[in-house]
Design a protein around this ligand. Structure first.
Ligand code: NAD
Length: 279
């Protein structure tokens, strides 16, 4: 290991990112690896993209594995955490990022689409965080760190839930999605309160409009992009790297006193941009 790697912010740490074969998850996995963490890239269906990201990380001198799991399925979650433990070691950082949209006017929304989005975005994140906390606590029981945390981190473990600006901005035609993101806020804060005494830090990132496959129709044409800019005071679309940088901060000791907070990374989307020109 070279000197730069040894002094990297997340050196000697193991991270798991769910839904990391595309978009924000891929950007977060790459950023955590660049900061020195060994990274498990979870994927649901796109094995090729996950393997390509793992190859990229390895080519840059990092450690990475890919692991398939559906975050809505408890057995998959258990298998995923065992694979990470067996192949990379004790997990320090977990990013519950997986999420889907199944949009429809609320009057037409099927119960199936309601349930599917809740299962992946809310239940999936809960199961991921629950498994993360179990892994952190098991590690402390086994290794008995004198100060309650391993030498390479001031916390026993760090969790980041991927929320959205739609945890506070209502979104007509996306009621299932907005309900999950609002739910993540209270789930994250409750879990943060519950596990902070064990030196486990749980926080969330709320991205604004980030250029990924989930919102392609919002940025793929110049007209759509222009319309989007009306919602963004900072007048640019976000990139996965913007979220990756925030994730490195929330996973590192730089944020050691930040517990139960949602960090908005949104170019000002939550600042009521309709009032930019006097309303
Ligand atoms: P994306 O579609 O590229 O990523 C979503 C990922 O979740 C995919 O890799 C997908 O395979 C994975 N996934 C879906 N169902 C899964 C399951 N059952 N088990 C495991 N993985 C599953 O879109 P993205 O924009 O990168 O979204 C990532 C997260 O960021 C989501 O939680 C999304 O709600 C949130 N977000 C995105 C934006 C944005 O503008 N792109 C804004 C706010 C929040």
């Amino acid at each position: 290991m070279n000197e730069a790697k040894a002094t990297a912010k997340l050196a000697n740490q193991v991270a798991l990112v769910t839904g990391a074969s595309s978009g924000i998850g891929a950007g977060v996995a790459a950023a955590l690896a660049k900061a020195g963490a060994a990274v498990a890239v979870n994927y649901h269906s796109n094995a090729d993209s996950a393997h390509a990201l793992v190859d990229d990380i390895r080519k840059s001198g990092g450690r990475a594995i890919s692991v398939k799991a559906d975050v809505g399925q408890p057995d998959d979650i258990a298998r995923m955490f065992s694979a990470v433990h067996d192949q990379l070691g004790d997990v320090d950082i977990v990013v519950a990022n997986s999420g889907i949209q199944k949009d429809a006017p609320s009057i037409d929304m099927t119960l199936e689409d309601w349930h599917k989005v809740i299962e992946t975005n809310l239940t999936g994140q809960f199961l991921t965080v629950q498994a993360a906390v179990r892994a952190f606590v098991a590690r402390q029981r086994k290794q008995q760190f004198a100060d309650g945390h391993p030498p390479h981190s001031k916390a026993l473990g760090k969790v980041i839930c991927m929320s959205s600006v739609h945890d506070v901005i209502p979104w007509a035609g996306h009621v299932n999605y907005a309900a999950t993101k609002g739910g993540i806020n209270m789930m994250m804060r409750t879990l943060a309160q519950e596990f902070a005494p064990q030196r486990i830090r749980i926080n969330a990132i709320a991205p604004g409009a980030i250029r990924t496959p989930i919102n392609k129709e919002g940025w793929e044409s110049p007209e759509a992009l222009e319309k989007m800019m009306k919602l963004i005071p900072y007048k640019r679309i976000g990139e996965a790297e913007d979220i990756g940088n925030a994730a490195v901060f929330l996973a590192s000791d730089d944020s050691d006193y930040i517990v139960g907070t949602t960090l908005y990374v949104d170019g000002g989307m939550t600042l009521y941009p309709g009032f930019e020109n006097n309303g």
